[in-house]
Unconditional design. Structure first.
Length: 88
């Protein structure tokens, strides 16, 4: 399984943050440490009707489904295989 990255664009630079793949593959949720969360985080995914079109899925505060002391948890509404092909 290839890693999936979150991206953030700031000041003309793009940073990548790798998603915890072990948690994602077992729970089908993104587990993100709170200190890494920023508004504007996104990952890329292919459109379902036209696979050659790539869109952004932003992780925003309203998409948090659970929170504990150290992590935010987000629903992952896509196939891991589809995302890993475009999110490198």
């Amino acid at each position: 399984m290839r890693p999936i990255y979150l991206f953030i664009e700031k000041n003309g630079f793009t940073r990548k943050i790798m998603i915890d793949m072990a948690y994602l593959s077992s729970k089908k949720k993104i587990r993100l440490p709170k200190y890494l969360f920023e508004e504007g985080l996104y990952f890329l995914y292919p459109e379902s009707k036209n696979r050659s079109l790539i869109s952004k899925y932003e992780l925003t505060k309203d998409k948090i489904i659970k929170e504990d002391q150290h992590f935010y948890y987000f629903k992952f509404p896509f196939s891991i295989k589809d995302i890993s092909e475009v999110s490198n």
